[in-house]
Design a protein around this ligand. Sequence first.
Ligand SMILES: NC(=O)C1=CN([C@@H]2O[C@H](COP(=O)(O)OP(=O)(O)OC[C@H]3O[C@@H](n4cnc5c(N)ncnc54)[C@H](OP(=O)(O)O)[C@@H]3O)[C@@H](O)[C@H]2O)C=CC1
Ligand SMILES: N[C@@H](CC=O)C(=O)O
Length: 832
Amino acid sequence: MSSAPFQVMKFGGSSVGSPRRLRQVIELIGTHAKQGPLAVVVSAMGDTTDWLLEAAGLATQGDLEGALSVVARIAHLAKTNAAALDPARATALAARVDSLLAPLRQLLQGISLTRECSAPSRDRVLSFGELVSATLLAELLTASGTEATFRDARQLLVTDDRFGAARVDGALTRERLQAAVAGWRASVPVLPGFIAATPDGRTTTLGRNGSDYTAALVAQGIGATEVTVWTDVLGLHTADPDLVSDAYPVAHLTHGEGLELAAVGVRMLHPRTMIPLIEAGISLRIRNTMHPDHPGTLIDAIGSRDGQRPTCIATREELALLGIEVRKLSDQFQLGERVLAALREASVTVWLSTQSANGQSIAVVVPRPDLLRARGALESELAQELARHEVEPLALREPVTLLTLVAEAMGQGANVAGRFFGALGAVGVNVRASAQGASSRSISCVVDAADTAIAVRTTHAAFNLAHQQVSLFLLGRGTVGGQLLAQVRAQQALLQDKHGIALRVVGLADSRRALFDAAGLPLEGLEERLARVEPGPEPRTLVPLLDELRRLPVPILVDCTAASGIEALYTEAFRRGIHVVGANKKPLALPWDDREALLAEARRHHVAYHYETTVASSLPVIDTLANLVRTGDTVRLITASLSGSVGFICNELTAGVPLSVAVRTARERGFTEPDPREDLSGTDVARKALILARELGLPLSLSDVALEPFVPEDPRPGASVDTFLHGLKALDAAFADRVARCRSAGTVLRYLARIDPSKVGTGSPVIRVGPAPVEAGQPGADLRGSESFVSFTTTRHSDFPLVVRGAGAGGAVTASGVLADILRISQALRGR
Ligand SMILES: NC(=O)C1=CN([C@@H]2O[C@H](COP(=O)(O)OP(=O)(O)OC[C@H]3O[C@@H](n4cnc5c(N)ncnc54)[C@H](OP(=O)(O)O)[C@@H]3O)[C@@H](O)[C@H]2O)C=CC1
Ligand SMILES: N[C@@H](CC=O)C(=O)O
């Protein structure tokens, strides 16, 4: 007979709740029993425990008939499962179920007569669930060819008589198990979980997660090396998958991490279960019965090799934060001790307590359902001090959530707390209280319940626990928006695999239609799908969709429109914690105070507003300027060719192409604004120059720009774009003449902007925009196609100005700049 150590496997109620699942369990046990000695612990089938409670409740109300009908339901489930797996013995197994449940029927009869269900009776009632499932499982295993024997846990696990949550006598239990195990090698022992007995044989139950605890005690008692808890999930996840859709099972944790997670309330673990395992050095595996090939999560003494890597984020919701502050502290006050003792006395669980350094104030986090009790206990403990106004009235905040980041050796990792709180601050989540465990394995904070989802997702992303999901709501499906969709489509897989960023387009809108799906819109054929949406008569309000967007991971509103007045939507987005990436210059060219208010709103709500593409498309102009200013350089002059379309038109004119044709071509290539008059009038360049001047801190407005149009003002401003373009023919000859004059003077026609901060306060315009003949060899003379350039003369770059040059317009380049802005937000939130 093998002398190999035992393994213990525990199966939860849902694993044995249906014939299909039960069959998987029997196969699993059969396979593992062939590999070495095995002990099995099983919970009650499906919802049996709830039904037993229901039966006890009905019996207590005197409704014996109702209680017995619930027992019939329990019997039916057990018999159906048994018959499906062993049809040949269905009748015999049904009789077995009936005989097992006969004492339950009698017990319920007794309860219905006395209308009293004492704690011992309740435990006895509950025990039938596990007794039936363990008995049947042993029989079905044997019938399937795996020799198994029912072993009554009540003869092995000894507890005190705290019925409902009995305390185990560890020494006596180990003694009994050690004595029993010798006879277990020939036949797989199947033990009911959750139940035990007092030394005099009265049935007790072990409370929440009781069957896991049984498995741990059995493993410790019989010298097993591993306990596998078979469940419905693939393992212990990095965060609650209901809150973080890309949370994933952690492969390997240390016992210490497991204990920490159990202590902060992770449902799958309980400190009681962890302790015997830690004491005996037993590994715990969490695996999924439906995916037996998946390794699940292993929790052992070694854990993951990368000890510094944060692993899991645990959340405990439905809590309340109570703050107590002493007005004047004396040596005798001992606020912390008194508060904690009073709460202990009132049997209130304290999930977190944190005291100020001088002991003057303490904040405690308690379960919301216990709040009244907790308040009562504290108010009575501090009654005298409250009456004398020595203590402030209790401050209450509810509902709140406790968020805990758990990792082995976290204390040795660099700036974990800084990253944790920084990431939360960046998305505007207020930390109401915080604490770092003495073990240095955990750091916890309390946030408002309304912030739970965003806080968990942000923390999850900040510690690179998974792919960071980014939720995009794209406005505009034209030249830039269309290209952006194409680039997201093309880059999605690479961004996810190589950079851990999962971009999801959740919304797409044009001026009169919108599509939105929080789960993500399929990108294939998306623009066509939007085009098929019945358009509204006028621009629809998108604010309700922002309410949906705000709840998604890293929500970003992406503005690829040229819409006026869109700043109102930005403001609504900022207020909802939504970031904005805009290619639209108009919100940045609002009157100074309005633009300042807009940016202030973004700052107030701790969200990003990136707009690199508003000046010279994807060229790094705004970023370069910001870096110059931030590093203390002084910008003395900016000269630039800021219009890709007008630059292109100038080159075409120089090559002999008529103006009307050149403008049409620029438009076809996606260089112009939706209305090319914005380019030709110089308004677009004026906006860009203004954006740059404002980055320098100059409080200027569009009316301050000295503007000479490239093409004279349209005499019919309300005319359609086509009519305007047609009318341009009338200017062809004049422009050909203008270009010829430039050529004979050895210059090329350009349309330039000049920002000269030294003019501030002189009465001369700081910003000038207009046509300019540029001599060969001068900056801008040799621009090709739609190229733009920006030249910064600064204190540090005085002899050789810093020049940024490249394609200054076009759908693909602009979209790539928008995408870069989006990725910038995502990276900032990951704390990199
Ligand atoms: N093209 C370029 O090279 C560059 C462009 N930009 C800027 O990018 C923006 C977009 O330009 P471009 O793609 O060329 O323009 P397009 O005209 O090609 O596309 C604009 C899109 O915006 C939509 N739209 C208009 N108003 C709204 C609204 N209120 N809500 C939702 N959608 C709306 C339009 O829908 P509908 O069809 O229904 O009108 C259209 O789909 C502009 O602000 C431009 O200045 C910046 C740098 C370079
Ligand atoms: N119409 C603009 C496009 C970029 O902002 C231009 O011509 O530069």
